[in-house]
Design a binder for this molecule. Structure first.
Ligand code: NZQ
Ligand code: ZN
Length: 392
């Protein structure tokens, strides 16, 4: 196991009706004027926004609102939010929604306290040293942004989708009420489960030896998703299944399962170009990307893929031919995702073969890249092209 520092100071408030405590938690973490940031309207329709406002009113906290965050959140609204916060003297950003809303909130929170262009944080020109405090009321189990220091934003000019990370961006508190996810359309529920699985695989695929504790934690979370995923698709109102998935989503990405080991993240890098270009859900992009990336990686990590195949997907271990077991595990993952309603290939995702050169170009050279991307393996443009072509 490698040396590590694990810092995850978010206060998690989990369970039924916990959104009514939003005002009390803003007070606890020092907020006196709040920006409520939300998405395209699901929180208005569900009545959640009204409940959060009532909670702030009860705590005597004034607020301003900014809705309209799109999935794959854009830079334009971030600039608007920064401007609004400065004008109104906001000192706390409250995200009410999914990963996109939370990521946009983090970008605003960092941008308000920065003299330059907030995009500097996302193109590697600057590191987020400070940010306004952020709280979240989560409505979808997926990105894990409620427990992470990460934020992913798409710059509209050029449609560059890029991420940044800093401990300053970790939410002060996150309110997780699984019942809030019951209004999700099945496709979004499935996209979320796929993303959570991807966060687990990205950590599982490692060069580090003897990481039994995190291996077993990852496997336990994967097995939970394998059990609860189909249950929640069949019965969207199953609170207990939703609860297990919601907590798995947080655990998968606050890095408790990733400490002390090298990680991969090639699937995420390759996927981000798809959701940037086609505006598909991040999870559906991952459903198509993961099997292609894993098949490419397999010869370099046969025993690792065989281990997850055996322990999580129940594939019998073929000691004479572990590669066959490893391949069966990737097939089992793909079948699981298809069973949830996720796409299998470019056509089902709405992606086009003729765009592959553009995807590779932006991935490897966009924002000043040097022609390769790094993760478990270092991939050049030929390798990235081969992986995108495997998704056809
Ligand atoms: O915008 P509204 O109207 O709220 O609708 C949203 C949106 O259309 C809807 N939705 C969310 N909760 C709902 C609901 N509809 C009905 N009932 C509810 N309870 O679902 C749609 C998707 O929402 P979004 O916030 O985009 O989902 P998700 O949480 O999957 O976030 C995706 C974004 O997070 C990034 C992705 O790249 C993508 O941009 N990621 C962020 C990470 C991080 N910060 O750590 C890590 C991830 O790997 C990921 O890259
Ligand atoms: Zn993800």
């Amino acid at each position: 196991m490698n040396n590590f520092v694990f810092y995850s100071p978010t206060c998690f408030v989990f369970g039924k009706e916990t959104e009514n405590q939003a005002g009390a938690y803003v007070t606890r973490f020092g907020g006196t004027k709040v920006l409520i940031h939300y998405g395209g309207g699901s929180v208005v329709r569900s009545g959640l926004l009204d409940r959060v406002k009532a909670s702030l009113d009860a705590a005597g906290i004034p607020y301003v609102e900014l809705g309209g965050v799109k999935p794959n959140p854009r830079s334009g609204l971030v600039y608007e939010g920064i401007e609004l916060c400065r004008r109104e003297g906001v000192d706390f950003v409250l995200a009410v929604g999914g990963g996109s809303t939370i990521d946009s909130s983090k970008a605003i929170a960092a941008g308000v306290l920065y003299d330059g262009d907030f995009w500097d944080f996302y193109c590697g020109k600057a590191h987020v040293a400070k940010a306004l405090p952020v709280g979240t009321v989560l409505t979808i189990a997926a990105a894990g942004s409620e427990g992470s220091g990460d934020s992913v934003i798409t710059k509209e000019e050029g449609m560059f989708k890029r991420g940044t990370g800093s401990d300053a961006l970790r939410p002060k508190f996150s309110i997780l009420n699984p019942a809030l996810t019951q209004t999700l359309p099945p496709f979004q529920t499935a996209s979320g489960i796929t993303d959570i699985l991807a966060h687990l695989y990205e950590r599982y695929i490692t060069h580090t030896q003897e990481v039994e504790v995190t291996d077993r934690m990852i496997e336990a979370l994967m097995m939970t998703l394998v059990k609860e995923g189909p249950r929640v698709i069949e019965d969207p109102n199953n609170y207990e299944a939703r609860a297990n998935i919601m907590w798995a989503g947080m655990m998968a990405h606050n890095n408790s399962c990733g400490v002390g080991r090298s990680q991969d993240w090639l699937s995420h890098q390759i996927e981000h170009e798809l959701s940037a270009l086609y505006d598909c859900s991040h999870g559906s992009g991952l459903a198509v990307t993961m099997p292609a990336v894993f098949s490419y990686e397999l010869p370099h990590a046969v025993m690792r893929f065989a281990q997850v195949a055996n322990r999580v997907w129940g594939c019998p271990m073929d000691f004479a031919n572990p590669e066959a077991t490893a391949k069966a595990g990737i097939k089992a993952l793909q079948n699981f995702l298809t069973g949830l309603g996720m796409p299998r290939n470019f056509a089902e995702l709405g992606a086009k073969e003729e765009d592959i050169p553009k995807l590779v170009e932006t991935l490897c050279y966009g924002d000043g890249g040097n022609g390769t991307i790094g993760g478990f393996l270092t991939l050049d443009t030929a390798a990235c092209t081969e992986i995108y072509r495997a998704m056809l």
